[in-house]
Design a protein around this ligand. Structure first.
Ligand SMILES: Cc1ncc(COP(=O)(O)O)c(C=O)c1O
Length: 428
């Protein structure tokens, strides 16, 4: 099948200009639309934005240089982008109950870098989840600025339960006296007890940084606890369950606002990306609607059903289930490694990642329900996905056809690759 064969007719119309001017790139863009529409996106960090978010991203705000903050820019002509940024920060503050929001970080990593810059000095000790247990690169990887510039101590997970051992966190904090404690993970499927982390931080006089890149969308929809009342600084991405454009955000208490803002610009970034900030504002507006609250709860309901069904298919589910959009599954009982399983799943059109497991040295499969839930799938479809998943790992025939059939019934962009009449947004 060629890319052109896979293109919905309306999508072809929507991208006619690009195809005329640059057919090589049009093939890539429309090929990617076809890939996303004919396979199942189970990568826990991905989602489908609304058309309104895509429209803001592709708007003339992309042309605008805007170093600084609203009302205090180093460039002229910022009157309107100032309005966009104020709308974004006001919506973020209201959504999460934060005193202050900075919506400029270009990514989740940039948000974490700025949080460290605001609170720490090079060489300071930081306590965070160890990378082998689900800590992010920015939580002390030697390959990342964090591991190079700070002295990270890692806490682990209970090897039996896969849960955070808060007694271990407290003991490590008392021994190492960190300047900051980071809570947040790329794969932890359970709610984090922010009050417990706050108590440990207070016990040793450390700052508490919540890296809520994954759960922040669930927080917006009232389906996960909010770290804002507990953490000094909350870092987040805007593109996961939150369903906005790729980017980062920082929330903090009023007294840290100036330090955080200076840590983002001019310390770690130059000009803000105003088209992305406008798209973040659109996404925050969508996330404040009852439709998004229902979506966030459905994401979790779907993940619980999918985790249970995968357990029924013989996968070992870390922590025995999930509270969130995330599932961590060990395929070892099927007699395959995570790398082999991921390859078989990819061949069948089930797209996901491998990830460290809390026990042993092996890796597991990390998957999430944010994208398939945006497509409108519910509990019934989760049971079907679990059957397809198990069939793919066992290399059964016809699984690719089953995935294509299921995905085809829930197109992410039904009209023209461009609809997303959801989340309270008006289709552009
Ligand atoms: C916990 C956590 N922190 C930070 C990030 C970094 O986000 P980005 O990829 O936007 O830099 C991620 C991304 O997956 C994450 O899961």
């Amino acid at each position: 099948m060629t890319t052109a064969d896979a293109e919905p007719a309306a999508a072809t119309a929507a991208y006619a200009g690009l195809r005329r001017q640059d057919p090589e790139l049009a093939d890539v863009v429309l090929g990617e639309l076809a890939r996303q529409s004919t396979s199942l996106q189970l990568i826990a960090a991905e989602n489908f934005t609304s058309q309104a978010v895509l429209t803001a991203l592709g708007s003339p705000l992309a042309n605008k240089y805007a170093e600084g903050y609203p009302g205090a820019r180093h460039h002229g002509g910022c009157e309107l982008v100032d309005v966009a940024e104020r709308i974004a920060t006001d919506r973020a503050k209201a959504l999460f109950g934060a005193d202050h929001a900075n919506v400029q970080p270009h990514s989740g990593s940039a948000a974490v870098l700025a949080a460290y810059a605001a609170l720490l000095r090079p060489g300071d000790t930081v306590l965070a989840m160890g990378l082998p247990y689900g800590g992010h690169l920015t939580h002390g990887s030697p390959a990342n600025f964090s591991g190079r510039w700070f002295d990270f101590v890692g806490y682990g997970l209970d090897p039996e339960t896969g849960l955070i051992d808060y007694d271990q966190v407290r003991a490590l904090a008392r021994t190492h006296r960190p300047k900051a404690i980071v809570c947040g993970s790329i794969a932890y499927p359970r709610h984090i007890d922010y009050a417990a982390f706050r108590a440990v931080a207070d016990d040793v006089g450390a700052h508490l940084i919540a890296d809520a890149a994954h759960p922040v969308g669930l927080v917006a929809g009232g389906a996960a606890p909010n770290p804002v009342p507990y953490a000094d600084v909350v870092c987040a991405t805007t593109h996961k369950v939150l369903r906005g454009p790729r980017g980062g955000m920082i929330l903090c208490r009023g007294e840290l606002a100036e330090r955080v803002d200076r840590a983002v610009f001019p310390f770690t970034q130059g000009g803000a990306q105003m088209h992305t900030i406008a798209a973040k504002a659109v996404a925050f507006g969508e996330a404040a609607t009852p439709a998004f609250t229902a979506y966030a709860h459905q994401v979790v309901a779907n993940a619980k059903v999918l985790a249970e069904a995968l357990a029924g298919e013989g996968f070992d589910i870390s922590t025995g289930g999930t509270d969130t959009h995330l599932i961590l599954a060990d395929p070892a009982p099927q007699g395959v490694t995570a790398a082999v399983a991921r390859g078989r799943l990819a061949a069948a059109g089930l797209v996901l990642d491998t990830c460290a497991l809390p026990h042993g040295d092996g890796r597991g499969l990390r998957l999430g329900t944010a994208a398939v839930t945006t497509q409108g799938m519910g509990e019934g479809e989760m049971a079907r996905i679990a059957a397809l998943f198990a069939g793919a790992v066992r290399e059964e025939a016809k699984v690719r056809d089953g995935v294509r059939e299921l995905a085809g019934r829930f197109p992410p962009y039904p009209s023209a690759g461009t609809s997303a009449e959801r989340g309270g947004s008006a289709p552009a």
